[in-house]
Design a protein around this ligand. Structure first.
Ligand SMILES: [Zn+2]
Length: 138
């Protein structure tokens, strides 16, 4: 990714997520009533409706639930990245998270592949939580 890559714009609901990512931690909102995690961040628990939510670190481990391979860059900034894999990762804690997979050839990706979070610092304010094959690192 280049400096021209579009970056997230945190809002009050998502800011804790991005702040944690910049500290190389994956944190998700958890309901204090039913104790279930959820993602994406929202103002009430999608499981029970409770508004008493707090942020907690999660393992960063999960498996590929679904994925697609992007061969045609959606903009010039992504052109050096193609082909790349956009995946929905089912985290061990339950929530599903849309992300990109790194350090893996698209042909090696499979449903159920174990993955772990991997952080890519983009600038002084933004770090993206991406995922790579579990147990592998370069
Ligand atoms: Zn709940």
């Amino acid at each position: 990714m280049t400096a021209l890559t579009p970056l997230p714009s945190p809002n009050p609901l998502t800011e804790p997520y991005w702040q944690a990512a910049h500290q190389r931690q994956l944190k998700l909102p958890r309901c204090e009533a039913c104790t279930k995690f959820h993602f994406y961040p929202r103002s009430a628990c999608p499981h029970c409706g409770c508004r008493n939510l707090s942020w907690h670190a999660v393992s960063g481990n999960g498996e590929v639930y679904s994925y697609t391979v992007v061969y045609r860059a959606p903009s010039k900034s992504f052109a050096p990245e193609v082909p790349y894999v956009v995946a929905v990762v089912a985290l061990d804690e339950g929530p599903h998270l849309m992300t990109r997979l790194t350090q893996i050839a698209p042909d090696d990706v499979r449903i159920g592949l174990r993955v772990t979070v991997d952080f890519r610092r983009m600038d002084d304010e933004t770090t993206l939580p991406l995922f790579r094959r579990a147990g592998w690192s370069l």
